[in-house]
Write a protein that binds this ligand. Structure first.
Ligand code: SAM
Length: 382
């Protein structure tokens, strides 16, 4: 792909002119976004089939990741086709033209390219440019204004959170991401949305790509769920399960923050512990020790213990082999059962933190299950 700022901006104007975001919103009323962050393929396809032929071509190419034949792409003006071909956002294919395994997602005024979701039959490669429901969740948790802030986006994926921070006034935004293709696509996304000048994306394992003097006023950190365990060993306790990328980031992060800093951290499938979770307590007590207070919004995750153990085994097997992975998974299962994970359930949580003169307490907000008592109290003193 090629970062050609002028052509990418021209393409953004084209997507606005064909009302891509509006049409996507209308489609979403009949084919809503599911837990994967995307509508079900067949459902979306059947609504798209009712669009006019020219909108159908755009939606099939950029929402379904389908190829379009030479006759269908005649609906796209030649200058636009030239810009798609030059930037590499459409590539020739036996059937005509298609994206390089990308779909286009509208969110909060931005348009970002992300990998075709693995659940779609059109996926033609690995899901390197990650986007899912968590991306929507974090986008909704961002502050309305970040005027003048130096922002760090850890595990930036498509770059959507960086783009939103830049659009909300950040003075500078740096996205760190381990996957090279994601870094390339994030740069395309920034340029296409006219934000390339204030955002930088670097390839980086956790915070390794930071320079010595770099400090930040706001951090957004939507890390992956896997690898689930630190060190690929049996966990010492329930707090050691989950989001090991995040736990590594947390060690170094406080030293990178300015005096007035704050941020957003997400943890997925955290293990319930009364009115809070083991992971939230670990995280908030770590941050409290660095002078920061936290507020967590916890939402019941759809996962059960068997599902979490399945994810754990799938994550471990490629690294440890089947026999060792089974041993670690059995030990993890014991730890989780003993901690009451089956009864307490799993939670997805978004945690806001900021420097505070009295950082000793975590406030938990929780969407309770019907019939269960609400949590909404201060749950711990550090
Ligand atoms: C849940 S996605 C979040 C993407 C994006 N921030 C968003 O909200 O849409 C997690 C991202 O972390 C990246 N990642 C995984 N391990 C990483 C690591 N060790 N260092 C940096 N990025 C990593 C993945 O490639 C993926 O893009």
């Amino acid at each position: 792909m090629r970062i050609d700022e002028n052509r990418l901006r021209f393409l953004r104007r084209y997507f606005d002119e064909v009302m891509f975001s509006l049409i996507d919103f209308r489609l979403s009323l009949e084919a809503p976004v599911g837990p994967t962050g995307f509508p079900k393929y067949e459902q979306l396809r059947s609504v798209i089939a009712r669009l006019d032929p020219s909108s159908q071509t755009i939606a099939r190419l950029f929402r379904l990741g389908e190829p379009a034949d030479a006759t269908s792409v005649e609906a796209i003006p030649p200058a636009v086709m030239d810009a798609f071909a030059t930037t590499g956002l459409l590539v020739p294919d036996a059937a005509g033209w298609r994206t390089p395994n990308l779909v286009l997602v509208p969110l909060e005024g931005m348009l970002v390219f992300a990998s075709v979701p693995p659940s779609y039959p059109t996926a033609s490669g690995p899901c390197s440019v990650w986007f899912d429901l968590s991306s929507y969740v974090i986008a909704r948790a961002l502050p309305g204004s970040l005027a003048g802030a130096r922002v760090l986006d850890v595990c930036s994926g498509t770059g959507i959170q960086s783009l939103l921070c830049a659009a909300r006034g950040a003075a500078s935004t740096l996205g760190l991401e381990i996957n090279e293709q994601a870094v390339e696509v994030a740069r395309i996304n920034a340029a296409m949305n006219g934000l390339g000048a204030s955002i930088e994306f670097r390839r980086s394992d956790r915070l390794a790509g930071l320079r010595d003097a770099e400090r930040f006023d706001f951090v957004v950190c939507n890390t992956p769920y896997a690898p689930v365990l630190e060190n690929d060993e049996a966990p010492a306790g329930p707090a050691a399960v989950g989001n090991s990328v995040l736990f590594g980031v947390l060690e170094e992060l406080p030293g990178r923050l300015s005096e007035e800093a704050g941020g957003i951290i997400a943890t997925w499938r955290s293990i319930g512990r009364g009115a809070s979770t083991w992971q939230s307590e670990r995280l908030s007590s770590h941050l409290a020790g660095k002078g920061m207070s936290t507020v967590a919004f916890q939402d019941r995750a759809p996962d059960n213990l068997d599902g979490v153990l399945r994810i754990l085994s799938t994550d471990l097997e490629p690294r440890l082999g089947a026999a060792r992975a089974a041993g670690v998974a059995t030990a993890a299962a014991r730890v989780l059962r003993d901690s009451g994970a089956e009864e307490e359930g799993f939670f997805n949580e978004v945690i806001l933190f900021r420097r505070s003169p009295s950082p000793a307490e975590t406030h938990v907000r929780r969407l309770r299950q019907s019939g269960a008592p609400a949590a909404g109290q201060n749950v711990k003193g550090a």
